[in-house]
Design a protein around this ligand. Structure first.
Ligand SMILES: Nc1ncnc2c1ncn2[C@@H]1O[C@H](COP(=O)(O)OP(=O)(O)OP(=O)(O)O)[C@@H](O)[C@H]1O
Ligand SMILES: [Mg+2]
Length: 363
């Protein structure tokens, strides 16, 4: 069902994304080692990832790095290793002999025990060694093991050099493909440093799949089809009205469809309720960056109110919060671009998500 709020897992519930799916499959078939799935929040990265992994025909492990980070406050190797192994074992659970051979390979690592469906460590696991074993197993099976880190930019906050580990694997482990998704696109690029000579992944090739918002006709078609599925037929004006407010951001369109089509609210109430829910979500999402500097809030508000240039944004921020030096201000502004809250085109800054734009006006 198109209006299910959870990230999609089945192709029949995923609207379009045909090109992205085939590009993903193509990269896997070519044996590429590093795939990036990028896009601002709520464009459907996790959904695309789920479906692409399920359709790849390959064994895979998928780790939600953002939720690991928020659960543990960091990402210890042991927990990451356990998640990778649990997830990988469960995706091969239906292929008995394949799974047995994987268990055997993993069991040969000192300190690793497989008991039933879960993995135990008798001592601190060595993630590099685990990846080596997974790679050689996959090669022997004539498969690739895909290891996907959803919202991978959080790996940078762990205090462990996961960029170095990924670089090692990309260079030396031909049986593994890494997939990294990121909504904080600039932060993910910084973490990987593919173009930064000081970083371990410098100069490596990555396949970048960048998710775009739906075009106007696609958004209208998405809503129309979703409403057909649940057997209601809102007017064209309502659908156009919703798309005007939500643009082609599939997460908001899905939420509107859910409120209007499944909760059966009127158009006006569905829009009101969507903005209520969105406000809570967005405030929560912003809270961690606002903790670092309250000026982030003032910058976003300045842009939401129509200031697009460095100088006018700075003027507004100083009017609200007192003086800030140029370098510090530029740093904050650039960070917001890296987090995906702002977009920079030429010399102009904008907020790419119209719902975020409305919400930050009230900050
Ligand atoms: N192609 C699609 N067809 C139908 N629904 C979709 C599609 N892509 C995403 N959705 C829906 O949109 C919402 C957001 O999707 P998803 O969580 O996959 O996006 P995301 O980019 O990973 O978001 P976030 O940045 O918050 O992690 C979910 O309700 C999901 O079901
Ligand atoms: Mg996601």
């Amino acid at each position: 069902m198109l209006f299910d709020l959870k990230p999609k897992t089945r192709r029949e519930d995923l609207y379009d994304r045909e090109n992205e799916l085939s590009e993903f499959q193509n990269a896997v078939n070519l044996g590429e080692r590093l795939i990036l799935l990028l896009g601002i929040r709520r464009l459907g990265k996790s959904s695309l990832l789920n479906v692409a992994l399920a359709e790849s025909g390959m064994p895979y492990a998928k780790i939600d790095v953002r939720s690991l980070y928020f659960t543990h406050g960091s990402i210890p190797q042991e927990i990451l290793a356990r998640k990778i192994l649990d997830s990988l074992l469960s995706t091969v659970s239906g292929r008995k002999s394949l799974r047995l051979r994987l268990e055997k390979v993993l069991g040969s690592i000192r300190g690793v025990r497989i008991s039933g469906l879960s993995v135990e460590f008798d001592r601190k696991p060595d993630l590099a060694e685990i990846l080596e074993k997974i790679s050689s197993w996959a090669e022997n099976e004539n498969l690739r093991a895909i290891i996907a880190f959803d919202e991978a930019q959080y790996l940078r906050l762990s205090g462990i050099r996961y960029d170095g580990l990924i670089a090692y694997a990309v260079d030396n482990l031909p049986g593994i493909t890494f997939v990294l998704t990121g909504s904080e696109v600039g932060m993910l690029h910084d973490f990987l440093g593919l173009e930064n000579p000081k970083k371990p992944l410098f100069g490596r090739y990555a396949r970048e799949i960048v998710l775009q918002r739906f075009r106007l006709e696609e958004s209208v078609d998405f809503l129309t089809r979703g409403f057909e599925e649940v057997g209601i037929k809102p007017s064209e004006e309502e659908i156009k009205g919703a798309v005007e407010k939500l643009d082609g951001i599939v997460g908001w369109l899905t939420m509107y469809g859910y409120l209007r089509g499944i909760r059966k609210l009127s158009h006006a109430n569905a829009i009101d309720e969507l903005f209520n829910m969105a406000e809570k979500l967005i405030r929560e999402e912003l809270s961690s960056i606002l903790q670092n500097s309250r000026r982030y809030g003032a910058i976003l508000k300045a842009v939401a109110m129509g200031n697009v240039r460095w100088s006018t944004i700075k003027e507004y921020v100083e009017f609200k919060m007192g003086q800030v030096n140029d370098a510090k201000f530029s740093l904050l502004l650039n960070n917001l671009v890296k987090y995906g809250y702002l977009e920079k085109r030429g010399n102009e800054y904008t907020i790419p998500d119209p719902v975020v734009k409305e919400v930050v006006k009230g900050l």
